[in-house]
Design a protein around this ligand. Sequence first.
Ligand code: GLU
Length: 497
Amino acid sequence: MTVRTRVAPSPTGDPHVGTAYIALFNLCFARQQGGSFILRVEDTDQKRSSKDSEQQIFDSLRWLGLEWDEGPDIGGEYGPYRQSERTQIYQRHVQELVRAGHAFHCFATAQELDEMRREQMSRGETPKYDGRGLALAADEVERRIAAGEPHVIRMKVPEEGVCHFEDMLRGPIEIPWSQVDMQVLLKADGMPTYHLANVVDDHLMEISHVIRGEEWINSAPKHQLLYKYFDWEMPQLCHMPLLRNPDKSKLSKRKNPTSINFYRAMGYMPEALINYLGRMGWSMPDEEEKFELDEMIAHFDIGNVHLGGPVFDTEKLDWLNGRWIRENLDEHAFGERVVEWAFNQDKLRQIIPLVQGRVEKFSDLAPMTAYLLSGMPDIDECSFEQGKLDQDISRKVLQYASWRLEDVSEWNTDVLYQALNELAKAMELKLKDMLLPLFIAITGKTSAPPLFDSMVVLGPYLVRARIRNGLEKVGTPSKKQLKKLEKEYRTLDLTVS
Ligand code: GLU
């Protein structure tokens, strides 16, 4: 059998370390078996997907040294590799299922479905699609389609019995069919859902092993059923353990930076980050903690992946990165890496306009700009006691600003100014007062070169991480406080920048 694996990220938001982790294990498995590794872009969620995010996935995976054999940017025999370019393929396939009686049309509105779920819950049942579309007569379905009524296509699911499937790491898994919903396959806008597109593509792209995150285990019965309906052979499934925060919760950007761009901006070596991700659930036969990608490929055995939730701990990563810097870079290489990172003309050109009018001698430059070339500023709770603001307001400002900055479309001075100025107005605070806690969190001082320009030089990843760091120092809101803040934030009159 020719081994073909794939990573199938959705281009929504920042490139996630979880994507690199899954890509790494797919690549190692394929390389070690002499097979191919494919990159497929799952961009069927038109509202949330963006070209910019797709490009960032390509750039960050390449930066990490993960190269694919086929993909949207390099082509291949099984293209197109972007799902938005394959809609007709999915439509053709879903019609095949309808004709064979495995899928059906459903005209229920969102409101009707909400009501259905509410009633089920009031009876103490788990909310689930009740099969109402199945009751429609064929001529009624035709009439309603011809009249242009919005509808989706759903798959049929057995009402009784148990679905059995094999996982390469877990062995046999059983999930009762009663727990499986009659999944929507084609949405009202004619786009496929993840489940349909994923199965059709994995088959047409001849994927032999699906290595993906554990969060997809519950989707396996739907996928198995689709393979059966199409009369296709199902690839082997392997669900990797999820990455976790040090407190064992699922890795989330609220608790840990998750963007690959953050680690790049902080000055980690890509080799060290890949090495660290390789240690998530797997270890070298000799337990050596530091290894190169080629060594990992040479010794890789998917059967050795442990299922205990691997903890992504930045302190451990720091330690490993330090080893890489000390053991793998001679002085020349170290210099080159540092130049590539930030000690370069481009960076200097960004910094000069911020400081030239403020220095009296060149030696003022380093202390004045140190915050632009470092990781987290040295601040503590007391740092936020300066100025007129109290801790509660500082906490609120930092929390709101972090949400606000998630929504900005472009990272430039004008957009940042607009976004935060609007927030200050909505919070009924003077801009100057609102910026103070942000100033402290982002620059570590109360006076520094202009904040918005500094935010541009630092880039979104460091800024977000510093705001989160500031929040930790001032006291991260409790779950209850966070809910309250979220509710209040939603009532503020803010436009998307
Ligand atoms: N698009 C899915 C994701 O974002 C892919 C899951 C899979 O590998 O099947 O994780």
